[in-house]
Design a protein around this ligand. Structure first.
Ligand SMILES: NC(=O)c1ccc[n+]([C@@H]2O[C@H](COP(=O)([O-])OP(=O)(O)OC[C@H]3O[C@@H](n4cnc5c(N)ncnc54)[C@H](OP(=O)(O)O)[C@@H]3O)[C@@H](O)[C@H]2O)c1
Length: 311
């Protein structure tokens, strides 16, 4: 197993993290609770100890399922979850007010059936609350023993100057990053280098397109978010470009005796220094396919090829 210690913390996590979005049972097509639970156990059995979640995934269902799956194995896991996306009668809003963070934290703990959250992450900025104010309430929650460390997600250059006043307070930054989505790379490297944040990548399999199991006829039902054009990886020119990348990965996967997903993940592990790759999974077979990414390296030539064709 490959582990890394998240910066400014004692959180030792596997470099492959289990993503909780499909575990919410909403907007990802059909998922079965027993298969999700088995996938969590398969992860722990492999030594994969890092689980990413959010209060908003399936409106809390993902945290409930993760809590149920971990059960007495809680101490083997590092749980990351998020606050700041709030569903109201008027629709979904971003809210990082101290009151909401407190309420969200209590609810997440309850759903997870946990005494503490290892890594509590701000999902999105709300456009109103300063990072200093967010930090104050996170510090209080830490003193109360409810959370251990703080992380960030979906930040951009516009946040850099404000965040630089709080260097070493946060441990990680999540952004979308994969062979299908390279545009956050410079930011992630800069935030990591200058603000000492461990990069965590989401959408690491391009929401599934980089697994090699889809072709140009890929289509999803209305219960799957990927049916919507904003999930660009599965539509139009972008879909065709992604399929070209998949075709270039196939011989590399065959050469190493690994899955195509494993090559897509390995590219991030080898290319994005000291990163952790988050992948959503629906069942144990997917988890095991992704775990094939660990414990080997792409050659410099293979990395160079994948780098060039995905830029
Ligand atoms: N911070 C944020 O704002 C944010 C946003 C989005 C996601 N995230 C986090 O990042 C995680 C990963 O992103 P994601 O789940 O959106 O996308 P992803 O990891 O790129 O893709 C996940 C999907 O790919 C398919 N898949 C996974 N492994 C596979 C395998 N070995 N073989 C075949 N198919 C496989 C599954 O769907 P199918 O079988 O249906 O194809 C799975 O649901 C999320 O779960 C969440 O924890 C964070």
């Amino acid at each position: 197993m490959e582990y890394i210690t998240l910066k400014n913390s004692d959180l030792r996590v596997s470099r492959l993290c289990v993503g909780g979005c499909p575990m919410g049972g909403h907007g990802w097509g059909v998922v079965q609770e027993n298969e999700l639970i088995d996938a969590v156990h398969a992860a722990l059995d492999q030594g994969i100890n890092f689980f990413d979640n959010a209060d908003t995934y399936g409106l809390g269902q993902s945290e409930r399922t993760l809590g149920k799956a971990l059960g007495s194995r809680r101490s083997e896991a590092v749980i990351a979850t998020k606050f700041g996306v709030r569903v109201t009668k008027q629709g979904t809003v971003y809210d990082n007010s101290p009151q909401w963070i407190r309420e969200a934290c209590e609810s997440s703990l309850q759903r997870l059936g946990a005494d503490y959250i290892d890594l509590y992450q701000m999902h999105y900025r709300d456009g109103r609350t300063s990072i200093g104010t967010v930090l104050e309430v996170l510090e209080q929650l830490r003193q109360e023993g409810k959370i251990r460390y703080f992380g960030l997600s979906n930040l951009t250059q516009a946040d850099f100057a404000e965040l630089s006043r709080y260097k070493c307070k946060f441990v990680s930054l999540q952004n979308e990053y994969s062979l299908a989505r390279r545009d956050h790379e410079a930011d992630m490297l800069q935030f990591s280098r200058e603000l000492d944040l461990t990069p965590l990548t989401w959408g690491s399999l391009g929401q599934g397109i980089l697994t090699g199991k889809y072709d140009r006829t890929a289509a999803f039902g209305s219960d799957d978010r990927r049916s919507r054009e904003i999930y660009v990886n599965f539509h139009g020119e972008k879909l065709l470009k992604n399929l070209e990348i998949v075709e270039r990965m196939r011989p590399i996967a065959a050469e190493h005796g690994k899955s195509v997903s494993a090559v897509a993940i390995r590219f991030i592990l080898d290319h994005l220094k000291d990163s952790v790759v988050i992948c959503g999974v629906k069942r144990p077979a997917q988890l095991l396919g992704n775990a094939e990414s660990l414990g080997w390296h792409l050659s410099p030539e293979e990395l160079d090829l994948l780098d060039r064709i995905s830029r």
